[in-house]
Design a protein around this ligand. Structure first.
Ligand SMILES: Nc1nc2c(c(=O)[nH]1)N[C@H]1C(S)=C(S)[C@@H](COP(=O)(O)O)O[C@H]1N2
Ligand SMILES: [Mo]
Length: 557
């Protein structure tokens, strides 16, 4: 009997979730209840655990989290149905609490249609409860009509609806059992189908949105390129500077070395948002706070300011030595310093109260760095383009920050909605979760053309190559060792596209048969050699980026 009750509860929940997820799939502004619960779990989990979770496992983590949320809620609903056999009122109270939780978590999402959301959650759970109740009755677990929980009057499951009366009056034990299986099976299949379709629709809409090509040339004040000309009014002319294609010698043509620009579709992806906020660029506003002249910018305002393209390598502090959480892009946007200038901020008027620049996302995520970094001449961008197209949704559409030389967690706010100048006392998202407050990118180099454990062929030269990066300082030298760091050989370098980007290298290795430990190390544009001392990205005395030389054991035969 308990088993049947538990099954009834589970089927009921599947129906409820099927309804909410299907509505979410059809209508974005009703959030995914499952997704919202997972998001809330992330918010409330202590920083250390979350660090390991979201950043290191990256996006693979989300299905795991959703699965555990599903299992947890399934257990709760099974329990509620068991309780419902004896204490229906108590079980109904439980359902009411679940409904309240469902609504509460849905409201953590930044963009929702409130009425539709409440209606969906209430409707879904009501339908689920009705299904569970009908199954309990079919299983003969309801003796009297009085004991039955009373779903809201007028719904198909209210005790005097014909379908229920049929089960009660017509149901001998055997018919009931058949009814239980038919009803349960049918509801389960329908619920699962709705759930699957809902997930498919919401996932599909995310993938289907191919970013549009940027076209700034037809902006009213637009000029194809040039700089600093004066308009009649004495104001500086608006310009839309573009960069030439990368020179051929910025790339080394060896299989395995990453492309000089990472295509947007394979750009590394890290964030704490379980589903990317979907922002309508036409309603979007960027507000500046804590500034002498609080101003707001629309998407169009930004595109009508002077824009530029800038090549910047972005990397994640969670990237292990040799890892892939680093990519290079050609970003389009407005200089952050220009945006600050409109807000009345200059290097001279930074005070204690405006020492930190905090970027805030539409979903409340924050990142902060020293305000003077935005004004020290580097091309920190309020960016709306990547590789010539609008930003992909997952990478921050419509607008994000990109700051050369800083890890993403302190600077690269996606889905940007606010820039606030505040004191250094404010701790942004990951700082609250124990990470190091300042995040300059460490000089790093990576072996891309050879992999640890590989068997290589002697005879012709083996290209040992990859990328090295020290954004904003640039790379001056890369060396490869084939004897575990005893001796070093200078690698051939591609030209440096920009000091803010990674640089390709290759060492043509004349190898004879044997076992080797390969290592690579880079020297930055200031002549500083990357540190040999090994440290993981997290732990080992704080989270400030992995360090040490990338190493690969290979054999040559
Ligand atoms: N809104 C928001 N912006 C964010 C994050 C986030 O969790 N939320 N993560 C940051 C981190 S830790 C990194 S490394 C970069 C990654 O940017 P990408 O996913 O475009 O590569 O985004 C940054 N911007
Ligand atoms: Mo990151």
């Amino acid at each position: 009997m308990r088993l049947k009750a538990a099954i009834a509860g589970i089927v009921g929940l599947v129906v409820a979730l099927g309804i909410t997820e299907l509505v979410h799939g059809l209508y974005e502004l009703v959030p995914s209840v499952l997704g919202s619960i997972a998001q809330v779990v992330v918010e409330w989990t202590p920083g250390g655990i979350v660090t390991r979770g979201i950043e290191l496992l990256g996006q693979a983590d989300i299905p795991v989290l959703i699965a555990s949320v599903v299992l947890g809620t399934l257990a709760v609903s099974a329990l509620l149905a068991i309780v419902a056999v004896r204490r229906p009122a108590l079980a109904l109270l439980g359902v009411a609490v679940l409904t309240a939780i469902g609504i509460a978590v849905a409201f953590v999402e930044p963009f929702i249609a409130p009425v539709a959301t409440v209606a969906t959650v209430v409707g879904g759970l009501l339908a689920g409860t009705v299904v569970a109740e009908l199954m309990l009755r079919a299983a003969g677990l309801r003796e009297t009509e009085k004991a039955a929980p009373k779903p809201a009057a007028g719904t198909p499951g209210s005790p005097d609806s014909p379908v229920v009366r049929w089960r009660e009056t017509g149901g001998s034990m055997s018919v009931g059992r058949g009814g239980f299986i038919a009803l349960g099976g049918g509801a389960l299949v329908a619920g699962l189908a709705a759930l699957g379709l809902g997930r498919l629709l919401s996932g599909g809409s995310q993938a289907a949105s191919t970013p549009k090509r940027l076209d700034l040339s037809n902006e009213p004040a637009g000029k194809p390129s040039g700089g600093g000309e004066q308009k009649a009014g004495g104001q500086e002319a608006v310009t839309h500077e573009t960069l030439p294609p990368p020179p051929a010698d910025a790339s080394i043509d060896v299989p395995g070395i990453p492309k000089i620009f990472t295509p947007a579709s394979s750009f590394y992806l890290i964030d704490a948002a379980l589903t990317s906020p979907r922002v309508n660029a036409d309603d979007w506003k960027l507000s500046l706070k804590g500034v002498p002249n609080p101003v707001e910018f629309s998407y169009k305002d930004l595109q009508e300011m002077s824009t530029l393209e800038s090549d910047v390598t972005l990397s994640c502090v969670s990237n292990p030595v040799g890892g892939g959480l680093v990519s290079n892009g050609r970003w389009t946007g407005v200089l952050l310093s220009d945006v600050l200038k409109e807000a009345g901020v200059s290097r001279e008027n930074i005070t204690r109260a405006s020492q930190q620049l905090v970027g805030r996302s539409v979903d409340g995520w924050t990142a902060g760095f020293r305000t003077d970094i935005a004004l020290d001449g580097r091309e920190a961008l309020v960016a709306f383009g990547l590789n010539g197209s609008e930003l992909p949704v997952k990478h921050g559409y419509p607008v994000r920050l990109v700051v050369p030389g800083l890890y993403g967690y302190v600077s690269a706010t996606k889905w940007l909605s606010e820039i606030e100048l505040t004191s250094w006392d404010f701790n942004a998202y990951w700082i609250q979760r124990t990470w190091t407050k300042e995040g300059p990118v460490k000089t790093q180099s990576r072996l891309d053309t050879v992999k640890g454990g590989q068997n290589l062929q002697a005879g012709k030269k083996i290209p040992v190559g990859g990328v090295a990066w020290a954004p904003h300082r640039g790379i001056d030298k890369v060396e490869v060792s084939t004897d575990n760091g005893e001796t070093w050989n200078e690698a051939r370098l591609a030209s440096q596209l920009d000091p803010d980007t990674w640089r390709q290298y290759v060492y043509d290795w004349d190898a004879s048969p044997g076992s080797y430990t390969l290592k690579v190390r880079a020297t930055d544009g200031e002549g500083v050699l990357q540190t040999a001392e090994e440290r993981p990205p997290h732990g080992g005395g704080g989270t400030d980026g992995a360090q040490g030389y990338h190493t690969a054991e290979v054999t040559v035969a």
